[in-house]
Design a protein around this ligand. Structure first.
Ligand SMILES: Nc1ncnc2c1ncn2[C@@H]1O[C@H](COP(=O)(O)OP(=O)(O)OP(=O)(O)O)[C@@H](O)[C@H]1O
Ligand SMILES: [Mg+2]
Length: 331
């Protein structure tokens, strides 16, 4: 069966300035990813590594100056890289829905929750009047909002961050999309609410057939929700595998660093927490060769010279389909 989403050798640049002052900043490089039907792909990496740009490219929503400079994105086997704005608009919201980090910022403060939900159902599904309201209330109930009739009439300021995120999830579910993309949907919430929202995602997953892309900087979230995981570093996928294999045996030194810097049950003392030395290189100021070399304990001459391919290591007994971009593993 063909995957729902296939991202194949995708590169994205941001072009800044004009004429002689034009600068081209490479943002994503040779990204290969796929999302299987009904599965959750987790995308993890530090701030600035390119997680949001990856999903914006997929949605056809790159910021000003952003352009796809190479590769293909296929949705149900169809190349969507060159679609017109109108064609992309028909897909967004209906077949692909997106949930953002800041739930309050994604809601219109001037419209009631009901008005915002109604609009989606009317625009994409042509549902009107009483049937529309009933579906909205049903959706609010689906995301475990008690007293959905009341919340329907509320304006966003009356709701907590967690409630706003529930409403956003209800809106994403409205048209029963094939793919739901959630970009750091719990980051802006307190720890307890984060856990509740993650539970809600897991519950929804069990109920609907949609596939998910879940973007996070938090490996704990990946452990909770993802089937497969892509680790992104400085615009490159550096490791890609099932979530179980990633936790069982991280192969890239960067993934290993992320694991060790994680605040977990066994590692609850913040003061002894490991942190990866150095910072993510900024676009336009990339080291030559592998982008992780300045922070890596295993750097060799070859690493400084050439970027390794994303490939299955030859020399180890590992799960099939576990790929890594590292010369140590893929000689
Ligand atoms: N409009 C823009 N103009 C120039 N550079 C940009 C723009 N938007 C993003 N970038 C750069 O693209 C890179 C990737 O950004 P992106 O937002 O995808 O990171 P991220 O992994 O989502 O980070 P975070 O965890 O902070 O959300 C960063 O280096 C960022 O500075
Ligand atoms: Mg982001």
């Amino acid at each position: 069966m063909i995957p729902l989403v296939e991202i194949d050798d995708l590169s994205v640049d941001i072009v800044q300035g004009r004429g002689a002052n034009t600068k081209v900043l490479p943002i994503l490089r040779h990204i290969d990813l796929s999302v299987e039907e009904g599965r959750v792909l987790g995308i993890v990496g530090e701030s600035g590594c390119g997680k949001t740009m990856t999903v914006l490219a997929l949605m056809g929503l790159l910021p000003e100056g952003g352009r796809i400079s190479g590769g293909r994105i296929r949705f149900r086997g169809r190349d969507i890289t060159g679609l017109s704005r109108q064609e992309m608009e028909n897909i967004r919201g209906k077949r692909i829905a997106m949930i953002f980090q800041e739930p309050r910022g994604s809601l219109n403060p001037l419209l009631s929750i009901g008005a915002q939900m109604r609009e989606i159902l009317y625009y994409h599904e042509g549902i009107k009047g009483k049937a529309n309201k009933e579906k909205c209330i049903f959706l609010l109930r689906t995301v475990n909002i008690s007293e959905p009739e009341k919340v329907y009439d509320y304006y966003p300021f009356k709701l907590s961050g967690g409630m706003c995120q529930r409403v956003m999830i209800a809106m994403a579910l409205a048209c029963e999309p094939e793919l739901i993309i959630a970009d750091e949907p719990t980051t802006a919430l307190d720890v307890t609410t984060q856990a509740q929202i993650l539970d809600l995602f897991n519950e929804i997953r069990g109920r609907i057939r949609s596939s998910f892309i879940f973007v996070t900087h938090d490996l704990g979230v990946i452990a909770e929700i993802a089937d497969r995981t892509a680790v992104i570093y400085a615009g490159y996928v550096v490791e890609e595998s099932s979530a179980a294999a990633l936790f069982g045996r991280p192969l890239h030194p960067y993934t290993d660093g992320l694991m060790r810097s994680r605040l977990g049950r066994r590692n609850s003392n913040r003061e002894n927490l490991y942190s990866i030395p150095g910072v993510v290189p900024v676009s336009g100021n990339m080291p030559s060769g592998c982008p992780f070399t300045p922070r890596c304990a295993y750097t060799t001459e070859q690493c400084r010279r050439e970027i390794p391919p994303l490939a299955v290591p030859l020399s180890q007994e590992i799960e099939s389909g576990h790929k890594v971009r590292c010369w140590r593993q893929v000689p």
